[in-house]
Design a protein around this ligand. Structure first.
Ligand code: PLP
Length: 456
């Protein structure tokens, strides 16, 4: 090299002592925000990182004291940032699993808040002064809404299936159509759940066609359950055939088996096979569904069915491990009550019911608040229910498109995610699109402010 002192060695010696940094005026703010212990650890880590880089021979200038403190502060900032923050969902996907699926109705959120902050009758009978039933009120609501004689609520949809199969099919066979062996997302696969429940999976039919005779030939002395899984997040089209639930119910009855229908996002309205009332009316012994999909409530697994089938689940030891927490019990009960008396109060139902022309009006109201530099326009677009509900069915909507000179679409989408509140947009046809279906009226001012900041 240049002879004389080793440059790295002298740089190492010139890194300041930790005491100097702690006493530096720039350190006052981080000390107040994070506390002395955390700042001390942070400074040590920052200095160590620079020492390591110098020792490894990376030619870097000795950082100033201010720079070392700023690096430490931003590291602490990242480390202590909250993991779950509110965002504006401008994707047009109403039940976006990564964004928390269903936002609760204010009444349901209030009930959860109260359950969280006070004592309550979670498992207490006021009349008798004795132990009560955790989900009794939820079950009565579910029965009233679905027409079932018995119901149960657990932690989520996956828990409902696991409990159902553990209680009804453990040690025996579960017959499922090959067309329904789906992965529901996050690596949750129906075959794995069946095996975890202690049952053996028997596949029947082919991926695109399964007939009643296929089910019939798969039934043996070991068979306990016929399982129908609602094709949630995909749709097969073309040459397909599946057996109406009613026919499966007849087959199950003739062989003394239970028919279980996992509806996933199953709705409470309507009488089709994918609704809870419809599947029960068709003869399913048990239906399972998620609380935070089309139901618009908290994360929960809903179970409804015959007294015999639900009774077996109720007596199974797994129920204790899969039970709902009190905040969810409160929010679920309130959401179910709203379904009966004021469904328009449930945000998911309201978002799904908003007409394209109402959404065009909302887009126009947003555009009116944006500066010319945002390059805003309005386009017709398609959103989706998401969460495995109504697969493949587009929800016609309107989006605000943005085009800021000199900023690419992907960079603009990244910047929208970067501020407070973060805005999650989608990119279509090369443009950033903000679908108005999932943006609440009350969020328009914040959304306009965020876009205004980026455009200025
Ligand atoms: C979503 C879904 C599940 C899982 O429900 P979670 O509440 O997410 O656990 C199971 N089955 C089907 C068909 C689904 O769509």
């Amino acid at each position: 090299m240049h002879g004389g002192a080793d440059p790295d060695r002298s740089a190492l010696a010139r890194l300041p002592a930790i005491g100097r940094l702690l006493a530096h005026p720039a350190c006052r703010a981080p000390l107040a925000q994070f506390g002395r212990a955390a700042v001390l650890d942070g400074l040590r880590a920052t200095l160590e990182a620079h020492r390591a880089a110098l020792r490894a021979g990376h030619p870097e200038p000795v950082p100033s004291e201010e720079r070392l403190i700023a690096e430490t502060a931003s590291h602490l900032e990242r480390e202590t940032a909250p993991g779950l923050v509110p965002v504006i969902n401008a994707t047009g996907i109403v039940l976006h699993t990564n964004l928390g699926r269903a936002p609760l109705a204010p009444e349901a959120a209030e009930a959860a808040h109260q359950a969280a902050t006070t004592y309550g009758t979670l498992e207490f009978d006021l009349a008798e002064g004795t132990r009560g039933d955790r989900t009794g009120a939820v079950e009565r609501q579910l029965c009233a809404l679905t027409g079932a004689v018995a119901a149960l609520a657990v932690n989520n949809g996956a828990a409902a299936i696991l409990l159902a199969l553990s209680a009804l099919a453990s040690g025996g066979d579960v017959v499922v159509s090959r067309g329904e062996l789906v992965e529901i997302g996050g690596g949750f696969r129906i075959p794995d759940v069946i095996e975890t429940g202690g049952a053996r999976l028997v596949e029947t039919g082919t991926t695109n066609r399964t007939r009643l005779a296929d089910y019939e030939s798969a039934i043996t002395g070991r068979t306990r359950v016929l399982l129908r899984v609602h094709a949630s997040n995909f749709r097969m089209s073309g040459f397909t055939q599946s057996v109406p639930l009613q026919h499966l119910a007849g087959l199950a009855r003739r062989h003394g088996l239970h028919l279980v229908a996992d509806l996933g996002s199953g709705s409470l309205a309507g009488d089709g096979e994918t609704s809870l009332p419809g599947a029960l009316a068709a003869g399913a012994d048990l239906v399972t569904a998620s609380g935070d999909k089309l139901l618009g409530g908290p994360q929960a697994g809903l179970i409804a069915g015959t007294r015999d089938a639900v009774g077996r689940l109720r007596r199974h030891p797994l129920l204790r491990a899969l039970r709902l927490d009190k905040m969810s019990v409160a929010a679920l009960e309130t959401t179910l009550r709203l379904h009966r008396h004021a469904p328009e109060r449930i945000p998911v139902l309201r978002m799904l019911a908003t007409s394209p022309s109402q959404l065009a009006d909302r887009a126009a109201r947003l555009v009116a608040q944006l500066p010319a530099k945002a390059g805003a326009g309005i386009v017709a677009c398609d959103g989706y229910a998401g969460g495995g509900a109504l697969p493949g069915e587009a929800l016609p909507s309107h989006a605000v498109t943005l085009a800021i000179v000199g900023v690419s679409s992907s960079e603009l989408a990244r910047r929208l995610r970067g501020g407070t509140p973060p805005v999650i947009a989608r990119i279509a046809q090369g443009h950033v699109q903000l679908d108005m279906r999932t943006v609440a009226e009350a969020e328009l001012p914040a959304l306009a402010r965020r876009i205004g900041e980026l455009a200025s």
